[in-house]
Design a protein around this ligand. Structure first.
Ligand code: SAM
Ligand code: SF4
Length: 340
């Protein structure tokens, strides 16, 4: 379905939990307020919303969180989505800590892509950024994912928040002698994996940290790699602009929410773990689907109310975010509650 600005909305991110096994400094350094499990939708309820979304043209789903693999049944949920008529692509975003143990099950469920969040391979800085995470578990999962997914043609990507790592290390009191974003590029050089840099959004604790400006990052990339080339092939669901460096196995993606406003091509909705459907990160507006799901009426009646609410969310999707005017934001929740 198209929104009021002619954008085709065919992608929904579903957060299946707001809990996480890490405590990233820009996301949920102090954990989350633990909402009782009954307030969180069941996996069947998310799947029902996905099926209603498919009636409106939602074709691609990203399973996210919190950390999706701390929710039991994540792989069965992915299988459920894959079996939903109209849903063509299901991908997952994970911090990678628990990924290794679920890789086979994920591939068997039919996953179409795995995004691993990793901001630095430096063990001390990674530990400090994530509140105690062990980067070895992520690197191990990455290596296994590349082997398994390579043989099954499932794309694996790395997502790195474009932090000024030296500044973050100073704020976190860590001795860091790494080379910042250049250390992340080594993954794309050595493995068939796209490395995507995501400008830090001033959402929740993200406001405390300095993001790299992608206009400047691109200039620096061009200085270090003068043969950097724009790559116009489509690599996924989203707004990343891709580049290739000759000799590198993977691409370099820039997701520039702030300095490369991509709202005119935004195709997404976000469903929070509590069943609140949002159409933009900046604004709290949305539709409470949980109340419909758990309210009165036969299943068919409820489903048509869900479809109508989803239509309202799509038609009400704002033209653009307002991160550059934080005073206009009405969303005060953290990324983890919204579903990153
Ligand atoms: N736990 C999973 C993970 O880390 O991939 C999924 C949820 S997490 C909220 C999804 C992504 O959002 C991660 O790549 C994380 O780095 C990113 N993120 C969190 N806070 C952010 C912020 N303020 N700006 C930009 N990205 C952010
Ligand atoms: Fe957890 Fe992902 Fe947030 Fe880090 S970014 S605290 S891994 S939800």
């Amino acid at each position: 379905m198209k929104d009021n600005f002619g954008r085709k909305i065919d992608y929904m991110r579903i957060s299946i939990t707001d809990r996480c096994n890490l405590r990233c400094c820009y996301c949920m350094p102090d954990g989350v307020e633990c909402v009782p499990m009954r307030e969180i939708l069941t996996l069947e309820e998310y799947a029902r919303i996905a099926a209603c979304g498919a009636l409106l043209g939602i074709k691609k789903i990203k399973v996210t969180g919190g950390e999706p693999f701390v929710r039991l049944g994540c792989c069965s949920f992915i299988r459920m989505l894959k079996e939903t008529p109209g849903i063509e692509k299901v991908t997952v975003t994970t911090n990678g800590i628990l990924l290794d143990r679920y890789l086979e099950e994920l591939a068997d469920a039919g996953i179409d892509g795995i995004n691993i969040s990793l901001d630095t391979p430096d063990p001390d800085l990674y530990g400090a950024l994530t509140g105690g995470g062990d980067v070895k578990s992520v690197l191990n999962a990455l290596e296994h994912a590349l082997k398994l997914c390579g043989s099954r043609h499932i794309p694996v990507k790395i997502n790195a928040v474009s932090l000024d790592l030296k500044d973050a290390a100073r704020q976190l009191g860590v001795n860091y002698n790494g080379k910042g974003w250049q250390d992340m590029l080594a993954f794309a050089r050595d493995y068939p994996v796209d490395v995507r840099f995501i400008e830090m959004m001033p959402v929740g604790y993200g406001k405390r940290y300095q993001s790299l400006n992608h206009e400047i990052l691109l200039k620096e990339l061009k200085i270090v790699f003068p043969n950097l080339e724009k790559d116009d092939r489509i690599h996924g669901n989203g707004p990343a602009v891709y580049y290739r460096i000759p000799g590198f196995q993977g691409g370099i993606g820039l997701i520039s929410a702030i300095h490369g406003k991509f709202c005119p091509s935004c195709n997404r909705l976000r469903l929070t773990s509590q069943g609140y459907l949002k159409s933009c990160l900046c604004f709290e507006d949305g539709e409470d689907l949980k109340t419909i799901l758990r309210g009165s009426g036969a299943k068919e009646e409820q489903d048509s109310r869900i479809v109508a609410a989803m239509e309202r969310a799509i038609t009400g999707k704002p033209a653009a975010h307002c991160f550059e005017h934080p005073e206009q934001m009405t969303e005060y929740d953290n990324m983890v509650s919204i579903g990153g």
